[in-house]
Design a binder for this molecule. Structure first.
Ligand code: ATP
Ligand code: ZN
Length: 286
């Protein structure tokens, strides 16, 4: 039997769709069968397991799966013997402390001797220790945000993104403990054939990530303005210049980073660029 890269992803929940989307963007087609525990890719030697996110680090540590996609928060909490091999661009959130919104707050010392409900007891106790705060940690596995209103705790430590869940439960965020995103994890030791497959996947993931941060830009410019315009466009090597049918004009093509985007567009316009087109890039291999 030929070797396959076994990947564990969340069966349903916040990371499921983005994990599947990432595999698709990497050109990996999954057979249908989302309700199953396991499926295969039709065009890459890969087996996909659908699991609860909490179980994924253990499966990877035990090498039942070679790799997995989970939140960094889970890796820091569970301290399994696995390694993070790629940071991913989705599942962004933060782990924060929140208190009832009508309560005053001055500093982390306000948590002294308080009861805090959380699903992240390990990260929380480390954080409290660092700040010399002694508090009672109540570990609960879900719906942490209702703990203060039912009298189970004075405060909570939970994952937040927009903060709307906190707000709806009469809470406000007062301290951020860590920022998290989805990560690709791997077993500590893979045999060399599986390792090669992992490297192929990582190469594709990096190409997708780079493409998302860059745009392809096309514009027309009068030839006498080209030297200044070229200076504004770093590109992958240098911009491509093609003559237009209309004499004295050229078409300039380049790749620019999203962080520089608006700034560069404005300067280009000022320097005489016209008909600027900005196109998303699907994959980028440098
Ligand atoms: P499962 O049924 O697989 O155990 P779950 O309910 O424990 O799912 P989700 O709520 O789907 O988990 O969250 C999975 C991951 O998504 C989290 O561990 C975290 O990394 C990330 N995440 C992103 N934004 C948020 C958020 N606002 N709240 C909670 N998790 C978030
Ligand atoms: Zn979970």
């Amino acid at each position: 039997m030929s070797v396959k890269l076994k990947i564990a992803i969340q069966k349903s929940g916040r990371l499921h769709e983005d994990s599947v989307k990432l595999l698709r963007e990497c050109g990996i087609d999954l057979h249908n069968g989302w309700n199953k525990l396991k499926t295969e890719a039709s065009n890459f030697p890969m087996e996909i397991y659908f699991l609860r996110d909490d179980d994924i680090p253990q499966y990877v540590e035990d090498r039942v799966a070679d790799i997995g996609i989970v939140g960094k928060n889970l890796i820091l909490e569970k301290e399994k013997h696995v390694q993070i091999v790629e940071q991913l661009e989705f599942g962004k959130c933060r782990l924060s402390l929140a208190i009832p919104k009508d309560q005053n707050y001055t500093s982390i010392q306000d948590f002294q001797h308080k009861r805090i409900a959380t699903s992240y007891p390990h990260i929380l106790s480390t954080y409290l220790q660092q700040h010399q705060v002694q508090a009672e940690i109540h570990e609960i596995s879900g719906s942490v945000e209702i703990a203060p209103s039912i009298g189970l705790a004075d405060a909570i430590c939970d994952l937040v993104d927009s903060g709307s869940t906190l707000f709806m439960n009469g809470l406000r965020e007062v301290e951020t403990i860590l920022h998290s995103n989805a990560v690709l994890i791997s077993s500590m030791q893979l045999n060399s054939e599986v390792q090669d497959l992992l490297e192929q996947l990582r190469f594709r993931i990096q190409a997708v990530k780079k493409a998302q941060h860059n745009k392809y830009i096309l514009l027309n410019a009068p030839n006498d303005k080209l030297p200044e315009i070229i200076k504004l466009l770093p590109g992958m090597k240098s911009p491509t210049i093609l003559p237009l049918a209309e004499s004295g004009w050229s078409s300039v093509h380049a790749v620019i980073n999203e962080n520089d985007f608006w700034h560069i567009i404005e300067s280009l316009k000022k320097h005489g660029a016209q008909g600027i087109l900005v196109v998303p890039i699907e994959k980028m291999i440098v």
